[in-house]
Design a binder for this molecule. Structure first.
Ligand code: SF4
Length: 289
C-alpha cells in the first residue's frame, strides 16, 4: 500500500493505489512480462469503471522501467467472439500449441467455477482460493446476527484494504452474507427496479444485492464498504443509502488513513444496535423519524 501511494497521483482511488504497490513489488522480481489486462466489459451491455480500462496506461505512467506489459483487451459488451482469439494470442507467448492454450483456458474456467461455488456457500473469494489450494478453512461459528456486507471484491476480500472487516464481524458473533452468495437472477431482478439501468457491472451488482438483502427477513443489517476516491461508489453508495432509509444500514468509506480502532468501534456499535433492537423490538427508523 505504501509503495502504491508513493507512485500514485492524489486523485487515484484507494484500491488502485494498492494495485500500483503490487505492480512495484512484482516488478522487483525480474519478470519477463507483467499481465495487466485492460478490462473494459465483462458482460453484455455493461462496463467496468473507467479506471480499470486505463489501468495499463496508469501503471506505465506511474512506474518507470517496467517489463513489457501484456494489456490484452477484455471487452465482451457487444460480443465475446474476440475473447478466445485474444487468449490464444497471449498464450502463444508461452506455448506454441493452440490446443494446449485452449485446454489451459477451459481448465482455468472449471477451477474458477469451483471457487465461485465455494463462494456461493458463504466463503469469501479469498477463502475459496485458499480452500482450492488445499487449506482447511472453517467459517462456521455461533451467531445471533446475520449481516449483509457489500463492496467491490478486490477491496472487500483483501484483508488489508478492508481491515479484515468480514472476520471481525464473524468474531463479533455475526454471520456474514456476501454478494457472491446471492442468486444472480434475484440480484439482477432487484437492480432492474431502478428507474435507469445501472450500466456499471459492479454498481449494478451492489444496488441489486442491497435491495435483495433489504427484502430478506433473515438479514438483520447491511454494511456497504466503499473506497475513498471511487467515482462510481460516490453515487452508488448514496443511492443505496437512500433506498435503504428504513433499514439498519451503515456506509463505511475506507482509505489509507482509516484507523483500525475507529472501524472496530463502528462495527461494535452497529452490532450492539441490532442486538438491542432485537431485544426491545425497536424499529430501524433513525431518531429523526
Ligand atoms: S470502481 Fe471505484 S474503486 Fe474500483 S477501480 Fe473504479 S474508481 Fe477505483
Amino acid at each position: 500500500m505504501d509503495r502504491g501511494i508513493e507512485a500514485a497521483v492524489d486523485e487515484t482511488c484507494f484500491p488502485l493505489k494498492v494495485f500500483l504497490g503490487h505492480v512495484r513489488e512484482l516488478a522487483d522480481q525480474n519478470l519477463n512480462y507483467l499481465f495487466i489486462p485492460r478490462l473494459v466489459s465483462i458482460e453484455s451491455k455493461s462496463y467496468i469503471c473507467p479506471k480499470f480500462m486505463g489501468v495499463p496506461d496508469i501503471v506505465r505512467a506511474a512506474i518507470p522501467h517496467l517489463p513489457p506489459i501484456l494489456d490484452t483487451i477484455i471487452d465482451i459488451s457487444k460480443t465475446d467472439k474476440y475473447l478466445k482469439n485474444d487468449i490464444i494470442k497471449v498464450g502463444r507467448l508461452f506455448n506454441a500449441r493452440d490446443k494446449h492454450i485452449r485446454q489451459a483456458y477451459h481448465h482455468a474456467c472449471q477451477e474458477l467455477k469451483f471457487c465461485r461455488a465455494l463462494a456461493g456457500q458463504g466463503c469469501t473469494m479469498a477463502e475459496a482460493i485458499k480452500i482450492w489450494e488445499g487449506e482447511n478453512i472453517d467459517i462456521s461459528s455461533e451467531t445471533d446476527l446475520k449481516i449483509g456486507v457489500l463492496g467491490h471484491g478486490y477491496s472487500l476480500y483483501d484483508e488489508s484494504i478492508s481491515m479484515n472487516i468480514i472476520n471481525r464481524l464473524r468474531n463479533m458473533g455475526c454471520k456474514v452474507l456476501l454478494p457472491e452468495a446471492l442468486e444472480r437472477l434475484s440480484v439482477e431482478t432487484e437492480a432492474a427496479t431502478m428507474p435507469k439501468r445501472v450500466f456499471w457491472t459492479l454498481g449494478r451488482k451492489m444496488v441489486g444485492s442491497a435491495l435483495h438483502m433489504a427484502k430478506r427477513d433473515d438479514v438483520d443489517g447491511i454494511i456497504y464498504v466503499a473506497c475513498f476516491g471511487c467515482g462510481p461508489d460516490s453515487m452508488i453508495g448514496e443511492i443505496i443509502e437512500r433506498k435503504l432509509r428504513d433499514q439498519a444500514f451503515m456506509l463505511i468509506t475506507i482509505d489509507e488513513h482509516t484507523g483500525e480502532n475507529g472501524l472496530v468501534t463502528r462495527l461494535e456499535a452497529f452490532c450492539d444496535m441490532l442486538r438491542r433492537r432485537a431485544v426491545v423490538c425497536e424499529n430501524n427508523l433513525p431518531a429523526h423519524g
